[in-house]
Design a protein around this ligand. Structure first.
Ligand code: PLP
Ligand code: COI
Length: 363
């Protein structure tokens, strides 16, 4: 069944959150704990394809205890945002999320969701819940499309049934604090992804495997875990939920290459494009923890930052591991290039700067 032949049913929430309560929630939403009135849902059944597309009241769902996802983690998801721009609610590069969603689904032996259907589900949800898109600076509506195996069967095989859903959560900044540099922790034991594994897919299992290192990071006073490659334990790959960039004294940038073990971030791709358009040299090349440490000490490395949909662009000021720690530039203040690139990206997202790449789409 093609995406365009699926009709969305609209079943409005008859008891939406009262306006005054919604406004209070929107004033200080935090990250990921407040949800809107609706969700998008589409069922998939082998032989029948995608069916029963609908927008309905957000509510708990029933899942059978033998549902495949609960046992074998056949699940993929996306993270994207709707922004309140001068032109109303807008989405940023939703087509890139639709493509990556199918890339992840393919790695997990899940069915392809036609891009048109992915985009329609997201647009319809933002449309019906547009009053939930925060308008204060730094606020946005975080959208979480996801799909999971829903066949009631304990044999290990790709499921014959799936549920695709989109939920929405008004959010402020991902990191607590005033937006100053964050610190990262390198675990001695845990890695995130090996060659041939699922590192380039956005699947729940990758995050489950990262939680122990993330808990270790918090215990050691750091904000995020940072992973080195699984083979040599030497090359910087990415953070638990963000990609990473390095800024050098000659004004050039580097970021780890997309070699199959890291997530191909849409923020990463956007920043490479913006930086190159500003005349900067950007290399996609391997960079080791030893290079990072010695370049930070010599001053050859000026700045480091993390980037992703949830975190936007966050300066990294300190790197710690069981072997010790080092700082980058002024660990109290975000670097100049980092903050300039962040502003350039956010200005495009909010419609405060021209959008030469056609990244921003009105809902
Ligand atoms: N890497 C990981 C592991 C992530 O979870 C994310 C966030 O989605 C990213 C990188 C950044 O990707 P994007 O910029 O598309 O949000
Ligand atoms: C995102 O940025 O969308 C993510 O999925 C990462 C997670 C840390 C929330």
């Amino acid at each position: 069944m093609s995406g365009n032949s699926v009709q969305f049913d609209y079943r409005p929430n008859s008891t939406p959150v009262p306006v005054a309560e919604r406004e209070a929630l929107l004033a200080s939403p935090g990250f990921g704990r407040v949800f809107t009135d609706h969700m998008a849902v589409i069922n998939y059944t082998e032989g029948q394809g995608w069916h029963d597309a609908r927008i309905e009241a957000r509510a708990p769902i029933q899942v059978d205890p033998a549902s495949a996802v609960l046992h074998y983690a056949q699940e993929v998801f996306e993270g994207m945002k709707a922004y309140q721009s001068g032109n109303g609610a807008v989405l940023f590069r939703p087509d890139a999320n639709a493509r990556r969603f199918n890339g992840s689904a393919s790695r997990l032996s899940m069915p392809d969701l036609p891009e048109a259907l992915f985009l329609e589900s997201v647009r319809r949800l933002v449309d019906v819940d547009r009053a939930w898109v925060p308008s204060q600076p730094g606020g946005s509506l975080y959208l979480r499309p996801f799909m999971f195996a829903n066949e009631v069967f304990l044999g290990v095989k790709p499921s014959a049934e799936y549920l695709y859903m989109v939920i929405a959560s008004p959010v402020g900044s991902y990191f607590k604090g005033a937006g100053g540099p964050v610190s990262v922790w390198i675990s001695q034991n845990d890695t995130r992804a090996a060659m041939g594994g699922t590192g380039a897919a956005k699947c729940g299992g990758n995050y489950a495997a990262s939680l122990r290192a993330q808990a270790e990071a918090i215990r050691n006073g750091c904000d995020q875990t940072l992973f080195l490659d699984a083979t040599e334990r030497r090359w910087v790959e990415e953070l638990g939920g963000m990609n990473i960039f390095f800024v050098f004294e000659d004004g050039s940038l580097s970021t780890p290459p997309l070699d199959g073990t890291i997530l191909p971030g849409i923020t990463r791709d956007s920043l490479i494009t913006i930086a190159r358009a500003q005349g900067m040299t950007v290399r996609e090349e391997a960079y080791s923890i030893d290079q990072w440490k010695s370049d930070a000490a010599s001053g050859r490395l000026r700045e480091t930052f993390a980037c992703g949909t949830a975190a936007v662009v966050a300066p990294i000021g300190r790197v710690a591991s069981p072997e010790g720690s080092f700082t980058i530039g002024n660990p109290e203040v975000g670097g100049e290039v980092t903050m300039r690139l962040r502003a350039a990206l956010v200005d495009i997202q909010l419609g405060n700067a021209p959008d030469p790449y056609g990244w921003v789409q009105r809902v």
